[in-house]
Design a protein around this ligand. Structure first.
Ligand SMILES: *Cc1c(COP(=O)(O)O)cnc(C)c1O
Length: 410
């Protein structure tokens, strides 16, 4: 058989993706410095030069998470693998896990608990609302045998930030371990693993870290390390078994576990070097400032946010589609005419909500202004009556009135 037998209608040649602006729920734009790092020569995963880079990478991840946890590294897989890794290592069949669900990803945590033989005690909150600490406290009191509390810090399906510090404090008082999803919060919202006492945490490379998808930074407290070391039953996954993985990531004498995605790890290293150069606090403030400027512009179009201001994520703006607007057509025109990707609503929000990501490298003034202008033109083309230039002006006014407290040239 020749290649024509498989794809006769079109000649297959080198793939050149178009240059998009990624302002959806992830992946977000990759920084050019990170793309460049990824294009460097491939090394073997046991090469001593690569091993030195891995040690630096662990320190950089510790900085990003604000933790001194020894067991901190990057899982070779997307955020979902980081999620599964926490559950599969920490649960033995029969374990009770309190899981908070206020969007899609909390629902996936329940799936994980049940598939690994745990018993999920579900604490539900409405989509668009944060996890309610009172409900969690009640669940902890009613289930003194619960071993783990699991929740999502930044719910990307709705744009809500939950109070991780308070929730972890409750778990500690009830002698529960915590698993926290920070795929969308890492780099974009304040996050302090040691100070808040988080036991198991996972994130993703493609949201606020300006890096391509495919890697999941994780970190585990000594309590988790001990728990996993002392399991009587083997971890129900060979690939994700922490005890085995540590022979690769943890020791001076690295031995083969799996072939680490070396070039992808250069990319994560570079993106975290950039985050350390910028400074975490600066990155948090930058995300907040661009979000508020964007919001000032959206308000000119009469667009309203789904989430109350107190719990709103700066990196994920979920907003109601204005009455009478064909939401799919707007997204199609943004992609076709402006190469600009935004996100649709998921689940209950499907057809009613847009999700605008301002994550990592995508969280910058050029994108805020570009997106507001593209929206204005699309709305105007579709027959909406608007005051031209007003959205961009509102964003500029916000920037002018709220200068960045510290400068950064990155
Ligand atoms: C994106 C996301 C995930 C899943 O990450 P993948 O890299 O797509 O596997 C998990 N949790 C949250 C909160 C996310 O936003």
């Amino acid at each position: 058989m020749t290649i024509e037998d498989f794809r006769p209608e079109k000649q297959i040649t080198t793939f050149y993706p178009p240059q998009r602006v990624l302002m959806g729920p992830g992946p977000s734009d990759t920084h050019p410095r990170v793309l460049n790092a990824m294009a460097r020569p491939t090394l073997g995963h046991l090469d001593p030069v690569f091993a030195d880079m891995m040690e630096e990478l662990k320190s950089l991840i510790r900085y990003a998470f604000q933790t001194r946890n020894r067991m901190t590294f990057s899982v070779s897989g997307p955020g979902s693998v980081g999620m599964e890794m926490c559950f599969v290592n920490m649960i033995v069949p029969g374990d009770k896990v309190i899981v908070c669900r206020n969007g899609v990803f909390g629902g996936r945590m329940i799936e994980n608990v049940e598939r690994h033989g745990g018993v999920a005690v579900v604490v539900d909150d409405k989509w668009g609302e944060p996890v309610d600490p009172q409900k969690v406290e009640d669940a902890l009191k009613q289930n003194p045998d619960a071993k783990i509390l699991a929740f999502v810090h930044a719910e990307t399906s709705t744009g809500v930030l939950s109070d991780a510090e308070t929730l972890c404090g409750l778990a500690q008082r009830h002698n529960c371990l915590t698993i926290v999803d920070t795929v969308t919060s890492l780099g974009g919202s304040p996050l302090k693993v040691d100070e808040w006492g988080i036991d198991a945490i996972y994130s993703g490379s493609q949201k606020c870290l300006s890096c391509p998808p495919g890697l999941s930074p994780v970190s585990f407290s000594e309590r988790v390390t001990e728990l996993v070391k002392n399991r009587k039953e083997k971890v129900h996954s060979w690939f994700m078994d922490l005890n085995l993985l540590l022979n690769y990531w943890g020791s001076a004498n690295r031995t083969y576990h799996h072939t680490a995605p070396t070039n992808s790890l250069y990319a994560l290293h570079e993106s975290l070097v950039m985050l350390s150069e910028e400074g975490l606090e600066h990155s948090w403030v930058r995300h907040q400032r661009n979000h508020k400027a964007f919001k000032a512009g959206l308000e000119i179009f009469g667009i309203n946010y789904v989430v109350d201001e107190r719990y709103r994520l700066p990196q994920l703006n979920s907003v109601y589609v204005p009455e009478g607007v064909d939401e799919k057509e707007v997204r199609r025109r943004l992609l076709d005419n402006y190469s600009l990707e935004i996100g649709a609503g998921l689940g209950d929000f499907s057809g009613k909500v847009w999700r605008f990501g301002l994550m990592g490298y995508a969280s910058r003034i050029e994108n805020v202004i570009f997106c507001l202008n593209a929206l204005e033109t699309v709305f105007s083309d579709m027959g909406m009556k608007l005051e031209h230039g007003a959205a961009e002006a509102a964003a500029h006014q916000f920037y002018a009135a709220n200068p960045m407290p510290v400068s950064f040239s990155g």
